[in-house]
Design a protein around this ligand. Sequence first.
Ligand code: NAD
Ligand code: LMR
Length: 328
Amino acid sequence: MVKAVVCGASGGIGQPLSLLLKLSPLVDDLALYDVVGSPGVATDLSHISTKATVKGYLPADDGLKLALTGADVVVIPAGIPRKPGMTRDDLFNINAGIVRDLVEGVALYCPKAFVAVISNPVNSTVPIAAEVLKKHGVFDPAKLFGVTTLDTVRSETFTASVLGKSDPAVFKIPVVGGHSGDTIVPLLSLASPPVSIDGAKRDELIKRIQFGGDEVVQAKEGKGSATLSMAHAGFRFVDSILKAVSGQTGIVENTYVYLPGVAGGDAIKAATGLDFFAAPVELGPSGAVKVENILTKASDYEKGLLQVAFKGLATNITKGVDFIVAPA
Ligand code: NAD
Ligand code: LMR
């Protein structure tokens, strides 16, 4: 029996993500938590003739406790999205506290659950989640993930578009670093099958992957950021976790993890000086099995991009950690 919880389930991401989870044969019980609207979303989804039971919870009457108790996987797309002109870091002041409080609930009511953080700024909200779990003595680095799958999805789509290929899903592209602007580093030189895109075309493609989020924010004209593509990406990530839990092998996703706690992470930490980093991670029944240290194989051009990413990440990670360990 697999219980999945969506925190922020009434939102632009939360609703379509909850729909996809309701359609999944790997989910038996779906709990939808939000500060508004979740009972309505749950009732709506509950009429779909798939096996998962669905229930909505609000904060009143111990709603968070009831939603989280017994959870196997908790996905967190709660918090405010960007408007044009904002950076993801501009969301920190509001979203940091939201993620802290929800992960506090995880620590208390389902400390063994997988936690997939979507709320921005991911570069900082994942360190916040880690510190909250550490504070409660229940941190398992193999089970905490920052969801960077949308960067992977964009890299597949935009690369296929540049090459005039009709099926983006054939590409496997390591996208490393973090989840904001130039902390997102697609390693096109390590794509499989190999791709040959050079010069200005390569530079434009990399910029488009790094700043794909801005494209959506601008197109939505103040009405939020990516929701539908994110729901797809979030589902792809949770589905990969659940497949790995069910015993499927060879599942690898790019995701933002705590390096010292995952096999292979120490080498990346030594090379980057960072505690958190997104890279291809092999998933198994207990979560992250191994993080691939592919940075040494990057091209010289990509190594230049990585240096920029390391600086931005260091600042974002410190800000997240300090929010819990040294609050202002
Ligand atoms: P939204 O405003 O449409 O939905 C957010 C939901 O969170 C709302 O329903 C709101 O009521 C709920 N919420 C607020 N505080 C809460 C709390 N304390 N507990 C539970 N729920 C709470 O926003 P959205 O478009 O769905 O985006 C949500 C977040 O995801 C944003 O921070 C956005 O930047 C981020 N995001 C991340 C990625 C990524 O790749 N990781 C991609 C897209 C968006
Ligand atoms: C994205 O990459 O689409 C999300 O992080 C949302 C945003 O603010 O761009």
